[in-house]
Design a protein around this ligand. Structure first.
Ligand SMILES: [Fe+2]
Length: 367
């Protein structure tokens, strides 16, 4: 490391032969204020970074690079990791065509009405269940009230859609505030930005079932956003940026003792016909990958631009919880998040695969 020269050039940091744009580097600190040291989830406020941010001073101490920034923040960087990232920059995936079309037969929503509820008893009636399933197909979510507490009703709903998926969290898992069964921001009590789950999985969960078991205190509502409607609007607003997000793969990771998952895909994934099939976005779990020279600003602008569209609170369907309520949504279409809360909040959760969800639609004659 002794031979490595580190300097500042305009708004970039120069590491030996690598020119690393400050705007990217400011977002990728390895220090404890930038990155959770256990889960490796991002703590930096990516979207608050000034595009014109510049390094003011750099300092190398062994394998650690410290950078003082024009916004007064200091970040720290593991030089070995940074050099590895800088040595394998990412280009765009080739594909024919550009942009995307939306799948037929779905009802995109921008300014949702209040949540509507099916009685959980519809699971016992094929015709009523088909109606609930059609709501899920059209809008990307379905909400139920009156479920018995405990694991069984969560399992029953998941089985109506497909087979409950075994994941790193278990099959039917507990998500209880403050228990930290896994090193994930989901177990904290702060507001959680809307995101999709499993960006670190090659086959991201198709549906997510949440069933509330206990609630004390205030807040903690679930928030859903129609990712397909947001993608449509983003494309109308900025077609080049939307096209870029169909070609630029974002890498994500999940880390806890004994587990290290990594996957990558474009935030807007299209099929071979150019139809949008999946949105993926989780800024907490995004891994450090440096775009090709000349592509950095375009990628960051597109990523931040899409987020600005889908993160608009006017798009949010707020789902207030009480024990006995269950929510199922399409994780390939809807973003989900949660408002901050006080007190205790306990859930059962379960994933199913998207192919099974599609299969359930076919079996019910809905597609
Ligand atoms: Fe989540």
């Amino acid at each position: 490391m002794a031979a490595l020269t580190v300097s500042i050039s305009e708004r970039s940091v120069v590491l030996g032969e690598h020119v690393i744009p400050g705007r990217w580097l400011r977002d990728h600190g390895d220090d404890i204020d930038s990155l959770n040291p256990d889960s490796k989830q991002r703590l930096t406020d990516t979207f608050g970074i000034d595009p014109q941010i510049a390094p003011a001073a750099v300092h190398v101490d062994g394998a650690w690079l410290s950078v003082d920034w024009s916004d007064g923040v200091r970040t720290g960087h593991d030089l070995d990791r940074l050099l590895a990232v800088a040595s394998s920059r990412r280009s765009l995936w080739p594909r024919t065509g550009s942009g995307f079309t939306l799948p037929a037969g779905v009802d995109l929503w921008d300014s949702p009405a209040e949540a509507t509820w099916f009685d959980f008893g519809v699971l016992d009636d094929d015709a009523a269940w088909t109606e609930a399933l059609d709501h899920l197909r059209r809008f990307g979510w379905a909400a139920f009230d009156g479920a018995e507490l405990g694991e069984e009703s969560t399992m029953r709903l998941a089985k109506r859609i497909g087979y409950p998926r075994a994941s790193i969290f278990g099959t039917v898992w507990n998500m209880n505030s403050g228990s930290f069964e896994h090193q994930d921001s989901a177990y904290e009590s702060f507001a959680l930005d809307v995101h999709t789950d499993g960006t670190y999985s090659h086959d991201g969960p198709g549906t997510i079932v949440f069933a509330q078991q206990l609630k004390t205190g205030e807040g903690g509502d679930s928030v859903l956003v129609d990712g397909f409607a947001a993608a449509r609007d983003f494309q109308a607003q900025n077609p080049e940026a939307a096209d870029l997000l169909t070609r630029y793969a974002v890498t994500a990771h999940y880390v806890e003792p004994g587990v290290h998952l990594v996957a990558e895909r474009p935030p807007l994934r299209v099929d071979e016909h150019g139809t949008l099939v999946q949105v993926s976005f989780n800024n907490y779990d995004r891994s450090p990958v440096l775009p090709d020279e000349g592509l950095v600003d375009d990628v960051i602008d597109a990523y931040n631009g899409f987020r600005a569209v889908f993160n608009d609170s006017s798009r949010a369907l707020v789902h207030p919880w009480q024990p006995g309520r269950v929510l199922v949504f399409d994780n390939w279409r809807c973003f989900h998040g949660r408002t901050g809360f006080s007190g205790e909040r306990r859930f059962k959760g379960c994933y199913t695969n998207h192919e099974d969800l599609e299969g359930a639609y076919r079996v019910a004659g809905l597609i």
